[in-house]
Design a protein around this ligand. Structure first.
Ligand SMILES: Cc1cc2nc3c(=O)[nH]c(=O)nc-3n(C[C@H](O)[C@H](O)[C@H](O)COP(=O)(O)OP(=O)(O)OC[C@H]3O[C@@H](n4cnc5c(N)ncnc54)[C@H](O)[C@@H]3O)c2cc1C
Length: 426
């Protein structure tokens, strides 16, 4: 095992600032020896892929950085399956695929790594192509007990079935995935209708969105102002006429502009004008992601609740945003997974940051996140565990609300395949 006490150069500032016990790049047998992790009883191995979360590095913990040695991307032109290393970031993946006129349903940012795929992966294209996990063809990696695994869809024997299902949504708790084989999609042009709207307009647009066909999705963000993206995949066929019909409903909102993109990789969400604090090096941050179904008649009460939440935000970094899923994500697709809330059609998230050396400001910001979460629960009762928060008090509740009726199976897998708790605890 190679030791290196460097700090990590990664997007998440909390993790970037941590003083690591050690930084390793390779997986070998010594990794799975408990003595390496058990000095403090809460210590475990942190895994870094895209490095966009606050859990990939912590003070006094060891991080396994997959970006250096697990970064290969290869497209098989016959099957159109792409094989990627566990340390590949989504921007590199879709830029590579675009050269072959292929794409993948990545999320709203190009920065996340394999963590995006393994925790579910909600894309503006998910309504047509499913979640990222629904497009996994095979995986290779190690269980927390050091056992090498290699699993391929349709070739899973019954004893491995539960592991395969759990890797799709809950992998970080019991495995380190070094390679993923993914189904790719044809790269089609995208029309985006975007711009600032007010709260009444947002309410109307949410109502319209709940009737969108599968190739159109809404994403919105309420920071200092509200910005929306209506994202439509075009396929040059009859469907496009229907798409245009739906999009004309948006003509009445004067500030919205239409943009045309040749491919998904050309789109950058979250314009600078939003002044988001996400990558501000002076701040630390946390985010909680929720899941729920269509708001239907509850849109007015949701808008009222959102307004109250934003009126109570403790500083200008705070925002609430949401992305739309549904259609294909409601189906099991390639069999069962640990993304259990398949009925969900909205994934809102609550973000807050604070000056990094100000514990009081941190407490106030986290308090706002938790209060906002409590208020939004009646609309969005479940959790999308896209970020692991085992360093926060909310972890147990988040895990329970994320894995629902599969929680006991996950505990069993953890006990069998990560008995020493080398990987993040449940
Ligand atoms: C700007 C931004 C936009 C986002 N947009 C979306 C979106 O549209 N849709 C969506 O679903 N999510 C979105 N996310 C959330 C993001 O996908 C998740 O937080 C994801 O877990 C980040 O993965 P990462 O590899 O970048 O993070 P990291 O911090 O590197 O990893 C997070 C955790 O995942 C686990 N992990 C990562 N890689 C592996 C591996 N190879 N094997 C085992 N465990 C691993 C580890 O436990 C690690 O601590 C967004 C995040 C950001 C910052």
């Amino acid at each position: 095992m190679k030791n290196n006490h460097n700090l990590l150069e990664i997007p998440n500032i909390n993790s970037r600032d941590s003083k690591l016990k050690s930084l390793i790049y390779d997986i070998d047998d010594s990794l799975f020896i408990k003595d390496n992790y058990s000095k403090k009883n809460f210590e475990h191995l942190c895994i870094c892929s895209g490095g966009t979360t606050s859990s990939c590095a912590k003070n006094g913990f060891t991080t396994l950085d997959l970006r250096k040695n697990y970064s290969k991307i290869h497209l098989d032109r016959e099957t159109n399956f792409v094989t990627i290393g566990g340390g590949v970031i989504m921007g590199d993946l879709i830029n590579y695929l675009q050269k072959h006129n292929r794409s993948f349903p990545i999320g709203l940012s190009k920065l996340p790594g394999a963590g995006y795929i393994l925790t579910g992966g909600v894309s503006p294209l998910s309504r047509t192509y499913g979640l990222a996990i629904d497009n996994i063809e095979s995986v290779k990696g190690f269980l927390g007990n050091g056992t090498f695994i290699s699993l391929k869809r349709n070739q899973i024997n019954p004893e491995k079935q539960l592991i395969w299902e759990a890797i799709k949504g809950a992998a970080p708790f019991f495995s380190i995935i070094t390679e993923l084989e993914l189904k790719t999609i044809e790269s089609n042009p995208i029309k985006v209708i975007e711009g600032f709207v007010n709260l009444n307009e947002l309410s109307e647009i949410i109502q319209l969105a709940e009737q969108f066909p599968k190739n159109i999705s809404l994403q919105w963000i309420y920071a200092q102002k509200i910005y929306i993206y209506v994202f439509a995949e075009l396929k040059n066929n009859l469907e496009d006429e229907r798409t245009e019909e739906y999009l004309t409903h948006l003509d009445k909102f004067p500030a919205l502009e239409k943009q045309f993109y040749e491919g998904f990789n050309k789109i950058n969400f979250f314009p600078k004008e939003l002044n988001l604090f996400e990558l501000n090096a002076n701040n630390h941050s946390e985010v909680i992601s929720l899941l729920g179904e269509d708001l239907k008649n509850h849109i007015p009460s949701f808008i009222k609740c959102l307004n109250e939440i934003m009126n109570n935000k403790p500083n200008n970094s705070c925002y609430v945003a949401s992305q739309q899923l549904g259609f294909k994500t409601k189906k099991l697709n390639h069999g069962s997974s640990f993304f259990v809330h398949r009925k969900s059609t909205w994934k809102p998230w609550i973000y807050a940051s604070w000056k990094k050396n100000d514990p009081q400001e941190k407490e106030v910001a986290l308090d706002w996140i938790y209060k906002s979460w409590r208020n939004l629960k009646r609309f969005y009762p479940n959790i999308h565990l896209a970020q692991l928060h085992n360093h926060l008090n909310s972890h147990k509740e988040e895990v329970t609300l994320a894995f629902g009726n599969r929680m006991d199976e996950l505990k069993t897998l953890k006990n069998i395949f990560d008995p020493q708790c080398i990987l993040p605890p449940l």
